[in-house]
Design a protein. Structure first.
Ligand code: FAD
Length: 416
């Protein structure tokens, strides 16, 4: 079996790139050793950032500069006006709210205007506020950044690309054939008792936290840094709400919501609280999160809510100590491209760049003839990863007391 490029890892970076390459007539296949989006993509808060969050210090960082173009690209894809057509994806909201815990400042609005962001926060009047923000002091802004459901997004790609998505065994599901020259000429893939060798001209590593290990197997260990987060989930009769509570130059808390049915909604709490929480036990973080919620959203009564937490690492290209990369990162060694999108929002950029690189660097061009995948017709298509809240071991009350009987499924094993 021959392909132009084999992509290892089916998170947002690998999936968007596969879609781009397929649309450009490139013979591309994607290998997934667990479930699509396992790890970061399924856990992400699904916000298509336009840069404001990354410019709170009053400087237009490289990230904000590049990221300001992203919401329009996504908006067009999500409305079906541009490929990939993602119009079946569940968009949780077309905007986020921004509010501050200190009444005096309207810094967020000022910054958007100064920094020439495409999407600027709009100061909204009291009667335009969502109910939940009625009691907060200070200005409230609306920011037209879309928030989407990661599992629905992953399903959209699965439906579009299933013949090209291959399930491999979790352990030793792929073996790279590295030539003396350092070039990877083929991969042998395994699932259950099946085995297939695919020759290829290029490899893309988009395996998130596993990129370092895989790139080492391909001949050069590419430098990666992990940024740990401890996320809190809150379940109950909560409204659908997406917003950032800004405290000075920091995002004190980012709240995103998904409706679960039966009047129940789950909130994910990210931002500073998830970074600070990495050293805390689950129970301590839950107590802290409940206190924070009451402080930043006085309208929320935490007494009937259920809480749970999970730990997850953000995988990024290694940069200077204490720094974070601002833009999508692609490292090339021979014919292997190792990539970290840095943000979900940057996936279209990664795909575009990989398409350009394989054309320019490896001379891979569009094929006009059909590509027969007969040898792979029986090969299993990977499922989409379970959302972090769907297999929680046990939910807790706001005081950190366990409520439900634990099941035997570890949410981190299911959904990163
Ligand atoms: C809690 C959290 C919230 C976030 N919120 C946002 C947000 O709101 N907006 C935003 O823009 N960004 C956000 N991000 C960042 C964003 O989620 C990531 O940048 C992005 O999802 C990374 O995608 P990826 O495809 O590189 O990796 P991943 O999503 O980690 O996917 C890697 C894939 O590779 C597979 N894999 C691993 N090893 C192998 C192997 N050996 N063989 C085959 N497959 C393998 C995995 O199973 C997985 O499917 C958030 C991240 C986190 C952790």
């Amino acid at each position: 079996m021959e392909a132009d490029i084999v992509i290892i890892g089916g998170g947002i970076a690998g999936l968007w790139t596969l879609d781009e390459l397929r649309r450009n007539g490139v013979r591309a296949l994607l290998l997934e050793n667990r479930t699509l989006g396992f790890g970061q993509t399924i856990s992400s808060q699904g916000i298509i950032h336009g840069g404001l969050k990354y410019s709170l210090k009053g400087v237009l960082t490289a990230s904000a500069d590049e990221i300001r173009e992203m919401p329009l690209v996504w908006r067009e894809c999500l409305s079906g006006q541009r490929e990939p057509n993602l119009s079946k994806t569940n968009v949780r909201s077309h905007c986020c709210y921004l509010w501050q815990t200190r009444a005096l400042s309207s810094q967020a609005g000022m910054l958007g205007a100064q920094l020439n962001l495409r999407i600027k926060p709009k100061n909204i009047s009291d009667h335009q506020r969502p109910e939940i923000l009625r009691e907060t002091p200070g200005h409230v802004y609306r920011l037209d950044e879309q928030v989407l459901s990661p599992s629905s997004l992953l399903n959209s790609f699965r439906n579009r690309l299933s013949p090209y998505l291959l399930q491999i065994d979790e352990s030793e599901g792929v073996q790279l054939h590295v030539e003396k020259s350092g070039v990877v000429s083929a991969v042998t893939i395994r699932h259950d008792s099946r085995e297939e060798t695919i020759s290829c001209r290029a490899i893309m590593m988009s395996a998130g936290v596993s990129n370092t290990l895989l790139s080492e197997q391909a001949g050069r260990k590419q430098p990666m840094q992990l940024r740990p987060l401890h996320m809190t989930m809150v379940k109950g009769a909560l409204p659908m709400f997406q917003g950032h509570c800004i405290d000075g130059a920091k995002t004190r808390m980012t709240i995103t919501s998904e409706y679960l049915g039966d009047g129940q909604t789950v909130w994910q709490l990210g931002g500073n609280i998830a970074e600070q929480g990495t050293g805390q036990t689950s129970e301590d973080l839950i107590r802290f999160a409940a206190r924070e919620l009451s402080e930043i959203l006085p309208a929320v009564d935490t007494s009937d809510l259920e809480f749970a937490t999970y730990k997850i690492d953000r995988a990024e290209r290694k940069v200077k100590l204490g720094m974070r990369p601002d833009t999508p990162q692609i490292l090339k060694h021979k014919n292997v491209l190792t990539c970290w999108p840095t943000k979900l929002a940057f996936a279209p950029r990664v795909a575009e760049r990989i398409q350009q690189m394989i054309q320019k660097e490896f001379g891979i061009e569009k094929h006009s003839e059909e590509w027969s995948l007969d040898e792979l017709s029986e090969w299993k298509t990977p499922e989409v990863a379970a959302a972090p809240w769907s297999n929680v071991e046990g939910w807790y009350d706001a005081q950190g007391q366990k409520l439900s009987v634990p099941n035997d499924v570890n949410p981190l094993k299911q959904a990163g």
